[in-house]
Structure formats: C-alpha cells, structure tokens
Design a protein around this ligand. Structure first.
Ligand SMILES: *Cc1c(COP(=O)(O)O)cnc(C)c1O
Length: 427
C-alpha cells in the first residue's frame, strides 16, 4: 500500500498518533498559508539580489592561499548586503560560528573606554565570556570596554525610560538580541526592533546599533537592516545557510562597521582583501537561495509542535497561536522522563544517526545534565531538526529546525509516539 499512513506506520507511527497529528495540522492551514507567503516574498528578495549582483557560474570557483580577488566571496558579500539592506557585508568561512561573528563585530567596533549597552537584557550565554560578564581570558572587559544592561519589561517590551537614562557619553554601541535564546521572554519582532533603533538614534545618531539576528532571518519579510541597524549578525549553520553552508557567519552593516570588523577578523591593513573561500562558495550561495523555504519549513514544525503539546496540556513557549519571530519552540514536560522521551523521538526521526539513543550528560557551563538530539548532515547545525534541554525543572525541551516541513512533522510525531509508548501521555 503506497499510502502516507502506511509509510508512517513503517516508520513506527501508530494510527492514533498519526490521526492526532492530522487533526492538529488541519487547523493550521491558514497559518501555514501565511508562512508560505512570507517564504515567497523572501525567495523573490534573494533571487532579485542574486540577479542584481550578477551571480555567475564563475562565482562557484574558489580561491586558495591568500584569497586575493576571490570573485565568489566578494559577490556573495554583495548579495548579503543587498538581502539585508545594508551597505556592505562580511560573510566568511573563517568566521567559525555565530558567537565568533558577534565577537568580531564587537571587538572591531569598540575601543578601550567605550561602553557596550545591551537593551534586551542578558545576552546569549556564549556572549557572557566575550563581553566579560563572566570573567574570561581575552574578553572585551580585559581590553577596557565596559558593559551595561537594561532588562526588558515584564511583558517583554523595551524599557525605553531606562534606556534613555542609561545611555551616556561613553555609550558607543547598543546591542539588541532578536531571539529569546534559552530565556523565556518573547522573541522581539522586527517592528519592535525598528522602534528601538529609532529611539536610540534619536538620542544620539552616532551610537552603533548591532542586532544579534540568530534564528530570526527570513521569519518575517523585513530584517533589522531595513530599519537602520548598523550591524546585523548571524550564523550560517542556522537560517541563512539553508542547511547547506558547512560553516560560517555573517555581519551585514555599514561600510565603516564592516571595515572595522574585517580588520579584526584578518588584520589591520589586510581587512576584507584576504580570506580564501576554500570551496564553500557554492554552498553559501545555494544555501542562501534555499534559506527562505527552509526557514518556512522549520517555522511550520515549531507551530505544529506547539499545538500538539499544548493540546496535551503541556506549557509551550510561544503558545500555539502567538505570532512568530524566530524558529525556536520550547515545551515544558515537567518530568525528566518526558523530556528524554521527546529527545529520543527527535533523534529516531533523523536521516543521520537515527539508531543512536541520546543520553543526558554533564556539559561545561551547565549546572545539570543536558540531553541533546541531533541527527544532522552538518555537525551542530540547528537549522536541521534538533532538540536539547537541561535535565532539571521545568524539564523544557528547546526544539528547532527541520530542513523540510515533512521531516519536522515526522520528528514531532515520533516524539509524540515515544511519549505514548512510555505511558507519559494518552491520546
Ligand atoms: C546560536 C546563537 C548565538 C551563537 O551562535 P553559535 O553559532 O552557537 O556560536 C548567538 N545568539 C543567539 C541569539 C543564538 O541563537
């Protein structure tokens, strides 16, 4: 029997689990249509940028050695600048991850005596050591860059009054983090970020506004660069790499900020001129081309998961109806068994390493064991279907990605099946 139901059954999904999923999916049609519209807009935006920058087959050739005149690399950076509506961009395989991209952007643009101000509360965990919030070798604090922070208000909006009071002569750069990361606050919308940029620029035009754009790219039609962000920063093994980029990060921004960052990434004097692309150009271009539809698939998966587990009585953040501004979904299972069963299901649905069983493990930087599920083509890629969570109350799984909606759906049904098998939920 060549039916979808039969195929799900072959993959270990029982009829009642499949039906439960189908009922939930039926009610999401309207939202899925909206997501497709956003994907359509963003797909056109990327294609238009590629046409305008005259992407050619030659761009897929790759430089070696110093990487002078690496055509593909230079054109790719023009395309990123076009897509993110900025003057320039730095998009490199030499940027090892999102944290590195953010560190390069910050170190390149802050000097001793300057102050960095975060206006969206505590930044992403890995930035604590970059900034020196947790004392760390080579941090900005060691170089005499001070740090201040204004927390978001209880409802997750900006505390503009405190921002006004905290900005001083020393404030050189304001950081805004779009996604909630591993916090429970809501993710900021592009409209909210736009308002904050306007507010800061009204106080002092020369303050640099940097947006940590990780997990937010292509979720909406607009990006922070459309609203005057001086730097927009992210990882290529998340949304904009489209699942194909094997490494990398990007910084899109003003010419001045990008030159400063480039001189930090390579050296003063060499800047953007060096840095061979080493064979990754094609995957960077093709990944960006796919990114709008890949992000849409991940987004549908997040909304599907929210509605499935909300219906079963679990707390989900964001909830089943909220508008979305990133691709992360949190589900609180309340028990270690629930969290572990969920992660086992995600792992079992993977195209790679589906036969291994994830186990909770001690990890540096965490005060409890952590469980992680990922069967990815690119190591650590979180635009691919993945889940993780610290094994402590409230036993929340953070779930994201899925290169296709179909795979995300299978992962969620498989996770639900594991919970049913273990008697944690009954349908
Ligand atoms: C993932 C992420 C980072 C860091 O990116 P890595 O590639 O893991 O170094 C920074 N900020 C946010 C909001 C993120 O989601």
């Amino acid at each position: 029997m060549n039916t979808i139901e039969a195929m799900y059954q072959e993959l270990g999904i029982e009829e009642r689990v499949y039906r439960f999923g189908a009922e939930v999916e039926e009610k999401l049609k309207k939202r899925f249509e909206e997501i497709q519209k956003t994907a359509e807009y963003n797909q056109l935006k990327v294609i238009r940028a590629m046409q305008k920058c005259r992407v050619s087959a030659e761009c897929f050739q790759s430089g070696t050695g110093y990487g002078y005149n690496d055509l593909g690399r230079d054109v790719l950076e023009e395309v990123y600048a076009e897509v993110f509506h900025t003057e320039a961009a730095l998009v490199r395989a030499q940027i090892t991850c999102g944290t590195h991209a953010l560190a390069v952007a910050l170190f390149g643009n802050l000097k001793p005596g300057d102050e960095l101000l975060s206006i969206s509360g505590k930044p992403y965990d890995t930035l604590e050591e970059v900034i020196g919030i947790r004392p760390s070798r080579g941090s900005l604090a060691e170089y005499g860059v001070s740090y201040r922070q204004v927390d978001l208000l209880g409802d997750g909006s900006f505390d503009f009054e405190s921002v006004r009071k905290t900005i001083s002569e020393k404030t050189k750069l304001v950081e805004i983090q779009r996604s909630k990361g591993y916090q429970t606050r809501p993710t900021l919308s592009v409209a909210q970020i736009a308002e904050a940029i306007r507010f800061v620029k009204d106080i002092r035009k020369d303050i640099i506004v940097l947006v940590d754009n990780c997990y937010g790219e292509f979720v909406e039609c607009g990006e922070p660069g459309d609203f005057g962000a001086d730097m927009v920063v992210g990882s290529l093994i998340k949304n904009p790499g489209g699942g194909l980029a094997p490494i990398g990060g990007y910084i899109a921004g003003t010419k001045e900020c990008i030159e400063n960052a480039a001189c930090r990434l390579t050296t003063p004097g060499l800047g953007k001129e060096v840095g061979a692309s080493l064979g990754v150009n094609r995957s960077f271009f093709q990944g960006l081309f796919l990114a709008p539809t890949v992000t849409a698939g991940a987004l549908k998966g997040a909304i599907f998961a929210a509605n499935i587990f909300e219906k079963l009585g679990f707390k989900v953040v964001p909830d089943g109806r909220e508008s979305r501004h990133d691709i992360i979904q949190a589900v609180e299972f309340g028990t270690a068994e629930g969290l572990i069963a969920f992660c086992e299901g995600i792992q079992a649905a993977a195209p790679v390493d589906s036969y291994v069983t994830p186990e909770p493990w001690a990890m540096p930087g965490y005060d409890s064991d952590v469980i992680m599920a990922a069967g990815a083509f690119i190591q650590g890629s979180s635009i691919e279907l993945s889940a993780d969570g610290p094994v402590k109350p409230p036993y929340a799984a953070y779930f994201q990605g899925g290169l296709t909606w179909e795979h995300a759906k299978l992962g969620i049904l498989k996770a639900l099946q594991k919970l049913v098998d273990k008697g944690i939920v009954t349908l």
